[in-house]
Design a protein around this ligand. Structure first.
Ligand code: NCD
Length: 440
């Protein structure tokens, strides 16, 4: 299985490692304290920003960051002015623009676009938001904002509220916070929860457990008094028991998000979209809670909240260029600012008979490609699309070395080494490929 080289770019918050983020946050702190020290760090380099979806903050903060480091910037701010409208594939666009710049920042409407672009660009690609999948530099910015307040994430409890199904900032942040040791209270608007497989991967990766907490405020937001919480297994918290779920007494931060209409969220939402209301601001659970939002906001944070000392979303937005300066330094100046490696994401294996990726927003559908698969950690019976992380339908799994095929749920399957796995949609295609029936 081919692995992407480590600093080929920044595609997913799930590729972060704890040492990487810890040192990255320190680098941001240096940039914030002594900006003049970095004024020429990228002299002679060219950054391309390619934004195939609307953006104000992300594109301008990346461009501001590039200018502050002395780099030149070329940009596609509106895809209608580029060859995308002529039907050019992402692969070809990446190949071409990769020859014009030293690093590409790419925003794209489809899940997994950044990972695909990185395979063809030949220069580092930084994901500026791809579909609903991820927005890793927003997460670095969110983490830095909280790091400045807290110094460390362990023991902190953060609620993520709103459109979790379509919100890439929410998904990336869930990876980032759990990786840093915080607990995440999952607060989806009605009908807008992320899929269970997403959460299971986080739990498995970081040794977290799924617990339930209750609070009357949750009912106003999600329709249920109980909320799921992703928390470190070792955590022992003093909790007040009442009914079948402990009551949560405080949230250290609440991350609000808007309804993502452009991804069809309006049709999927099954009730009133949650946000902060005047009477909620007095609730003891929110007494020392920082309010964050990636912006743009809609009605989920009324303007009267802006003057509240707990509201830090504009401070968060102001840190955008500084955090993105550090992203460029980490990607392009690794001889001076060498950070611990990111976790390599396998580019996947296209050999299988599993059919198309079930996620209609996956980049493979728009590029006429079969979804390459990867497996994660010890979970060897779930085959994920290597671009968008959606589970592919593998009903049978073969072992390349024994040439035997088993049903996907067979106890034999977890014993197969990852490099020997070969997924099939049905038994017949396995037999046709020369595999023998190995039983269940
Ligand atoms: C977010 C995005 O584009 O995902 N915006 C941003 O980058 N600050 C959030 C959003 O648009 O809702």
């Amino acid at each position: 299985m081919h692995l992407l080289p480590v600093m080929e770019g920044l595609h997913s918050a799930e590729a972060f490692t704890q040492p990487f983020v810890a040192e990255f946050l320190e680098l941001v702190r240096q940039v914030e304290r002594r900006p003049e020290k970095f004024a020429d760090a990228l002299r002679g380099k060219v950054i391309a920003t390619i934004f195939e979806e609307p953006s104000t903050r992300t594109r301008l903060s990346f461009e501001s960051a590039a200018h502050r480091l002395g780099a030149g910037v070329i940009t596609v701010a509106d895809p209608k002015t580029s060859s995308v409208v002529k039907g050019e594939t992402l692969r070809d666009t990446a190949r071409v623009i990769g020859g014009y710049a030293d690093l590409l920042v790419w925003r794209h409407p489809h899940d997994g676009a950044s990972r695909l672009a990185a395979q063809f660009a030949g220069v580092p690609v930084v994901n500026g938001g791809d579909g609903r999948l991820g927005h890793p530099t927003q997460t670095l910015l969110d983490l830095y904002t909280l790091y400045k307040k807290w110094g460390s994430f362990e023991g902190r409890v953060v609620g993520i509220l709103g459109d979790l199904l379509h919100g890439r900032t929410a998904r990336s942040l869930a990876w980032g916070l759990t990786m840093m040791g915080a607990s995440v209270v999952v607060l989806p608007g009605p009908g807008l929860d992320w899929e269970p497989g997403f959460e299971s991967r986080i739990l498995e990766r970081y040794g977290y457990r799924l617990a339930r907490l209750s609070h009357s405020l949750f009912k106003e937001w999600t329709g249920s008094e109980q909320a799921r919480v992703l928390e470190p297994k070792g955590l022992v918290q003093g909790r007040l028991f009442q009914g079948d779920a402990p009551i949560v007494e405080r949230l250290d931060a609440l991350y609000l998000t808007r309804l993502q209409d452009e991804r069809g969220a309006g049709e999927q939402s099954a009730g009133v979209f949650p946000g902060l209301k005047a009477h909620q601001l007095q609730a003891p659970i929110l007494k020392d809670t920082f309010f964050l939002h990636p912006l743009p906001r809609r009605d989920e944070i009324p303007e009267f909240v802006d003057a509240d000392p707990r509201a830090i979303y504009f401070e968060q937005a102001r840190l955008g260029p500084i955090v993105r300066q550090a992203v460029f330094l980490a990607m392009l100046c690794s001889e001076h600012y060498s950070l611990p490696p990111l976790r390599p994401l396998p580019s996947g294996d296209a050999e299988h008979s599993m059919g198309a990726c079930p996620n209609p927003s996956c980049i493979t559908h728009f590029e006429g490609m079969r979804p390459p698969w990867r497996v994660e950690g010890r979970i060897r019976w779930i085959f994920l699309c290597a671009y968008c992380d959606t589970a592919l339908q593998a009903h049978y799994v073969g072992c390349r070395s024994s040439r035997r095929v088993h049903p996907a749920h067979s106890p034999q399957v977890p014993k197969i080494r990852p490099e020997n796995l070969r997924p099939f949609a049905d038994r017949e295609s396995a037999i046709a490929q020369g595999f023998r029936w190995g039983g269940g």
